[in-house]
Design a protein around this ligand. Structure first.
Ligand code: PLP
Length: 443
């Protein structure tokens, strides 16, 4: 056993020593094609010379200045860049070092906003089952993954959870996607009514579900309905785009495709593309103005927020995305990935659903297509697929059926935006092999 407390303690991890483009190389010289961008992080792949140069230049100038003393040019420029392309009205940027920190900050900002404007009675958050918002206690509390929450439940703040959009299993025969979306909105409305609209701080949701749900795309009109409902009750809408945002679905922010702007939005992963740990909360002017007119400060903060080298990396990532028109490429390669997944898995007896948007797609596995029966969670099919894929030199992101036994094992793909057609061929071919071998080998 090494000194590092790894995620899984009794497992040997290959030692990553290099990376270039969509590839990671281990100490034995084995090459792995990064079809998941780690966890939807590496949007530009590995070893990008422009990002490396930007980080070096910043280190030579200044690596770190604590934000209670200084701001930096690079942090200001990154904030300007993010604000320029932010959804309507949410052009204020609060930097953090990752996704969970972004969610924690957004929750606290939302609560402090209501204290500032004289509504301190608001204390409830509503979120969704089957969601993931991070592993710190606040983020875990709004997250709706039963397995991740279970042992920490006594420590978590009380959060109401409603149904996620999950058309594959929950849309009824004869129901249109729009009607299904309105049914979900009605459920949220009932929950708000039960708590009292004047007592709710915010509704928190991933725009496109990621880590624990497998690229769950909202039905048409659902988020617009949620937005209207929140407005009616003065409730804030927090969209968590830590995984699905920053270009991954083909627009810079996934909510653009829903025609909805939240009050607070969290981003991370693709913001810095994995070159440095960085995240941010984008906040509406209404919230920041209330702070400015009230106590004059946000009662929060971490030592490394706005870290100059992290900001330099993120700024360079965002500039390359714009310069190389990579959002267009995400849409084109997203369609190419869908075509390949449908060709390989469309008739597969154990693939029930292929879903997602842009370069954020998933397949859901079932033991029986007709009944949509999930594989027995005890088989840990997802873990077998992950290992089989690694043996074949493929990084993908499988997750298990852990929510009320309803969600089948699924495999999430989120390759770098620079992925080529040949690399997509290779990804889907290796994934097919890993899935078939894992299902065939089950006890
Ligand atoms: N929010 C969402 C939607 C995520 O997918 C994740 C991570 O997967 C997080 C928050 C937490 O981010 P981090 O792991 O950087 O703390």
């Amino acid at each position: 056993m090494t000194r590092i407390v790894h995620r899984t303690l009794n497992k040997r991890y290959p030692v990553a020593v290099g990376g270039e483009g969509v590839w990671i190389v281990d100490a034995d010289g084995r090459r792995y094609i990064d079809a998941s961008g780690g966890a939807a992080v590496s949007c530009l792949g590995h070893g990008h010379p422009d990002i490396n140069a930007a980080m070096h230049a910043q280190i030579d100038k200044l690596a770190y200045a604590h934000t209670s003393f200084f701001t930096t040019e690079v942090a200001e420029e990154l904030a300007e860049t993010l604000a320029a392309d932010a959804p309507d009205g949410i052009g204020h940027v609060y930097f953090v070092s990752g996704g969970s920190e972004a969610v924690e900050a957004a929750l606290k900002m939302a609560r402090q906003y209501f204290v500032e404007i004289g509504q301190p009675q608001r204390k409830h958050f509503i979120a969704r089952r089957q969601s993931y918002h991070g592993n710190t206690l606040g983020a875990l509390a709004v997250g709706g993954n039963a397995w991740r929450r279970r042992q920490f439940a006594p420590l978590l703040i009380d959060v109401e959870h409603v149904s996620p959009p999950y058309a594959y299993r929950d849309m009824q025969m004869g129901e249109s996607p729009a009607d299904y979306g309105q049914r979900l909105v009605a459920e949220l409305s009932d929950t708000i009514a039960r708590l009292g609209g004047e007592n709710v701080i915010a509704f928190v949701a991933e725009t496109v579900g990621g880590a624990t749900s497998g690229a769950l795309v909202p039905p048409v009109g659902y988020l617009k309905g949620v937005r209207e409902l929140c407005d009616r009750h003065g409730i804030l809408l927090i969209l968590d785009e830590v995984m699905c945002g920053m270009g991954r679905t083909g627009t810079l922010h996934a909510c653009e495709q829903e025609g909805v702007a939240p009050d607070l939005m969290t981003v991370a992963k693709g913001l810095g593309g994995g070159y440095q740990p960085i995240g941010a909360v984008l906040a509406s002017g209404r919230i920041v103005d209330a702070f400015a007119r009230g106590t004059g400060f946000f009662q929060h903060g971490h030592t490394y927020l706005g870290h100059a080298v992290a900001c330099a990396a993120a700024l360079a990532v965002q500039q390359v995305i714009r310069r190389d028109r990579l959002l267009d490429r995400v849409r084109v390669q997203g369609r190419a990935l869908t075509e390949r997944l449908v060709a390989r898995f469309g008739q597969h007896p154990h693939v029930g659903d292929i879903r997602g948007r842009g370069l954020f797609q998933a397949i859901e596995l079932v033991s029986d297509r007709a009944s949509k029966q999930v594989f027995d969670p005890a088989l840990k099919l997802h873990a077998k697929i992950k290992q089989a894929a690694m043996d074949l030199g493929l990084m993908c992101y499988p997750m298990g059926g852990t929510i009320d036994g309803r969600l089948g094992d699924h495999v999430l793909l989120a390759p770098p935006f620079i992925v080529s057609d040949d690399e997509l061929d290779m990804i889907v071919e290796r994934l097919g092999e890993a899935v078939d071998a894992s299902i065939a080998g089950r006890p």
